[in-house]
Write a protein that binds this ligand. Structure first.
Ligand code: GLA
Length: 694
């Protein structure tokens, strides 16, 4: 069906080439058309960070009655006050949308990902959909920042409860929570932080899932432990406050050194492969600092997590969090997540695949619908990434190398871009005011976006064909497909693989759309379908020509993951990394973009920052750095029985909604509680144990 829709546009290669009169000058830059109006359905209540939380000792603490009775009184767990740090994180009641909560119930997630294992720190996927977000805590936290007033915007404290800068701004001293414990009762200290830094970030043989490398924190940056609860960063530049964002989810969430170290190749006979795979999904009770601990796993069925008895956050009345005793994740598909959340057999979904929008909206409109559905800002976007490495990232063969040479030509990227009818790409996903043309770079409607600095080359097949003619890419054998020049890849047909994640219908639709539209300019673009984990492995190792990419936080917020806006380090960027010799050959405008990003990180001056990002956006879009496809809003679907869901929580901004809504504070009022818990009144295995709780 969908293919047919695209085929209608098939002006055909011959037609395009015969129009030789059309020359490249007709590729006129213009402003992108304004996105259709689409108002978010609720606005956040803006506050300061200190309105949300503080760290302090309370007079007394409590926990679910069954924990005291069955575990503490039975001598299986120390009393709650001994399990908490000296000064736990305290969430303030005034900032809780529905106030202090009650214990019990479960949040039933449905996900399309599959777990590779628990070794996030060595790059393993847990299945996405919020599993890792709920298990691993990070030095700082950014998800809830959508609710922070602009003049107080900075990452929230988390495992690092406070920090101060030296006078010259080159040293940042951070104080960790004191006396907190991993979910197995082992103390959390700076040793865990240093093990993450030294043996994962600095070690080029192993990469945490979020892809942290030394440059994620600035070239030349060092980290040391001053004592068990104090760490000190030293930076080459003064006051690079930007890196506080890099210390949040994705790039600085330390793992349990006491469990991981004995398996790490630097401390054992293991290979790196053995280290990565040392904690398969079947391994239960993997120690975490997060609110829930894995206690059950059945392949292609479910992952169940129960409350962490050592969790270090409380409410103002001293109730140890989380309120929810359990979270679980049905291992299904992402589309099923929408269906189940709307139907009430699941509790949560980020409605993000436009193919489901109409049906989800229709079914949620009913007063008696079990879930509420709320659209947020247009923060979901897709791009086509072209591999720009000239130095062997991913070990390209001759054809792949030739494709990269094309990818590195601005006229080639421009031709591909203007051969795409973005209006149709968007409408093929969903009709209505949802999708908007995305020229690439920063997203329309976000803080640093400037329409006047955004260059858009409109859909123009004739001009696209003329650009390719101009590059000498002719159809030498008359089969309708252009050929590489004779000295590249033996002059064979131009064939390009589009790496695509099959876990998402949207990724597939867009890839098929792009592929069909490429026929019109004589390029054979073949969709290369891979499941999420295989796609991620291929992407991370540079084994792709082109790649359909759902954009991430840097193009939404700019301040989160800023270092990834350009190849600021050899192993950082999404589509341009160094080969095995560690070198990169940056294109001229890329070098300018790197300089801009570094200047942005250096300056706290808001006006200067805005100017720098205008220039960044101009360079990005003028040179078609990557080919933007479409952008649209997502909706958060949450079962109506949950309380404390913050107003205006976007499904994606600094992080995904699973972080944004502060799940440890979410609860179900007593009269609304379900009996859906799978392992009621159990805790993860006994301290130090590794068997399932039940
Ligand atoms: C996947 C989903 C997102 C979100 C994230 C959380 O990517 O598609 O909606 O749940 O996982 O990591």
């Amino acid at each position: 069906m969908r293919r047919k829709l695209y085929a209608l546009g098939g002006a055909g290669l011959l037609l395009g080439i015969s129009a030789t009169a059309v020359c490249a000058q007709s590729v006129e830059p213009m402003s992108p058309p304004p996105p259709p109006e689409f108002a978010a359905q609720s606005e956040p209540i803006f506050v300061g960070i200190s309105d949300i939380l503080e760290y302090r000792a309370l007079d007394s603490y409590s926990e679910p009655g069954w924990v005291t009775e069955n575990f503490v009184n039975a001598g299986r767990l120390p009393p709650v006050e001994e399990r908490l740090p000296a000064e736990p994180m305290v969430y303030k009641a005034a900032n809780m949308p529905d106030g202090i909560g009650v214990y019990g119930d479960v949040m039933r997630h449905v996900i399309g990902g599959r777990p590779e294992g628990w070794n996030y720190f060595a790059g393993q996927v847990q299945g996405w959909g919020g599993i890792d977000i709920g298990m691993y805590e990070c030095l700082t936290r950014t998800g809830p920042l959508f609710t922070i007033r602009a003049d107080e915007l900075e990452p929230m404290p988390n495992l690092a409860k406070s920090w101060e800068w030296s006078e010259d701004g080159r040293e940042l001293t951070m104080h960790l929570i004191e006396g907190a414990k991993w979910s197995d009762g082992h103390p959390f200290t700076s040793d865990d932080v240093m093990f993450y830094w030294t043996d994962h970030v600095l070690n080029p043989n192993v990469s945490p899932l979020g892809g942290a490398t030394p440059e994620s924190f600035g070239e030349g940056t060092t980290l040391e432990a001053l004592d068990d609860y104090t760490i000190k960063w030293t930076f080459a530049e003064p006051f690079p406050t930007q890196y506080l964002y890099q210390m949040a989810y994705g790039t600085f969430c330390p793992g349990p050194a006491h469990i991981l170290r004995p398996h790490h190749p630097d401390y054992s006979d293991n290979t790196y492969d053995q280290y990565v795979n040392a904690f398969p999904p079947e391994f239960m009770n993997f120690p975490v600092m997060g609110a829930w601990v894995p206690v059950e796993y059945r392949p292609d069925d479910i992952i169940v997590l129960r409350r962490n008895p050592y969790y270090w956050k409380v409410d103002e009345e001293g109730n140890q969090l989380p309120y929810l005793d359990e979270v679980y994740y049905r291992l299904s598909t992402w589309a099923d997540r929408d269906v189940q959340a709307v139907a009430g057999s699941g509790d949560f979904s980020n409605l993000e695949q436009p193919e489901s929008y109409v049906e989800a909206l229709r079914r949620s409109a009913d007063e008696s619908a079990p879930a509420r559905l709320q659209f947020g800002p247009r923060t979901i976007a897709y791009s086509l990434h072209m591999n720009l490495s000239a130095t062997g990232w991913g070990d390209p063969d001759e054809r792949q190398q030739a494709v990269r040479e094309l990818n590195r030509m601005t006229d080639f990227r421009k031709a591909v871009s203007i051969a795409l009818d973005r209006q149709r790409l968007g409408e093929a996903l969903v009709r209505g005011p949802f999708t908007a043309i995305y020229p690439g770079g920063l997203l329309a409607g976000t803080t640093y976006y400037d329409a006047d600095s955004t260059v858009y080359y409109g859909f123009n097949l004739d001009a696209a064909n003329a650009l390719l003619d101009g590059l000498g890419l002719e159809d030498t054998d008359g089969n309708g497909i252009r050929n590489f020049p004779a000295d590249m890849a033996n002059g064979q047909d131009i064939e390009i693989a589009i790496l695509t994640n099959t876990d998402y219908e949207t990724d597939r639709s867009l890839a098929e759309g792009v592929s069909a539209m490429m026929e019109n300019i004589g390029i054979r673009a073949i969709v290369q379908f891979q499941d999420g984990n295989a796609r991620e492995a291929a992407r991370q190792s540079g084994r792709f020509d082109w790649h359909i990419w759902r954009e991430v936080s840097e193009v939404v917020t700019v301040v989160q993951n800023t270092v990834q806006l350009a190849p600021t380090g050899p192993r950082l960027h999404n589509f341009h990394r160094a080969g095995s010799d560690g070198t990169m050959e940056l294109l001229d405008f890329e070098q300018e973009m790197v300089d801009i990003v570094n200047a942005f990180i250096r300056t706290p001056d808001l006006e200067e920052r805005a100017e720098l990002m205008k220039e960044y956006q101009r360079l990005f879009t003028e040179n078609v750095y990557s080919v933007g496809l479409t952008q649209y809003p997502g909706a958060l679907i949450i079962n109506k029985r949950f309380a404390n869901i913050p107003a205006g929580a976007p499904i994606f901004m600094y992080n995904w909604a699973e972080d944004n809504i502060i799940r440890e504070r979410v609860y179900v009022p007593a009269d609304a509680q379900s009996s859906n818990e799978l392992h009621p009144q159990t805790l993860p295995g006994e301290p130090g144990g590794s068997g399932p709780a039940s």
